[in-house]
Design a protein around this ligand. Structure first.
Ligand code: CMP
Length: 141
């Protein structure tokens, strides 16, 4: 089915100036960018976005990293967009990411892992709504 997923190009990848390379991977995988904006997340935005991880030992570092510089937030649309995006991102830990995936090619550490992607339809809807209103989303005709 055609799905939507939320993608974030994280501060490490923005700092490396590889936004275009990463978007090109999405497009080559059949995903379309239907909304996008740059953002420099505040502490409270990052805490809210990652609230599900609040009790995890890495929460503080995660929030610190995600507020350390600008990010590109996007909505991607396409056939099986959620799973397809996760496939091309590779494993959360770049050291475990399959060759040719975004994280294998652009990421350094589990925190500085280049990209975020929604993990399920419910979280995708919630994460998209966190960053974008309906008028900001422009599906292809
Ligand atoms: P992301 O998909 O953005 O969701 C939560 C982030 O927490 C994850 O990517 C990683 O960058 C970061 N993180 C740090 N340590 C861990 C860990 N042990 N397990 C999962 N995620 C982690």
């Amino acid at each position: 089915a055609v799905e939507r997923t939320l993608s974030i190009i994280k501060p490490d990848a923005v700092a490396k100036n590889v936004i275009g390379d990463i978007i090109s991977r999405f497009e080559k995988a059949g995903l379309c960018v239907i909304a996008a904006r740059m953002a420099h997340l505040s502490q409270s935005e990052a805490e809210q976005f990652y609230a599900v991880h609040r009790e995890r030992p890495f929460f503080g570092e995660l929030v610190g990293f995600m507020t350390s510089g600008p990010v590109l937030v996007q909505v991607l649309e396409g056939e099986d967009a959620i799973a397809r995006n996760r496939e091309i991102m590779g494993a959360t830990n770049p050291k475990e990411a399959a060759p040719g995936t975004i994280r294998a090619d652009f990421a350094e550490t589990i925190d500085a892992n280049a990209v975020h992607g929604s993990d399920a339809p419910e979280t995708a809807a919630q994460e998209i709504g966190f960053f974008f209103s309906d008028e900001q989303i422009c599906p292809r005709g």
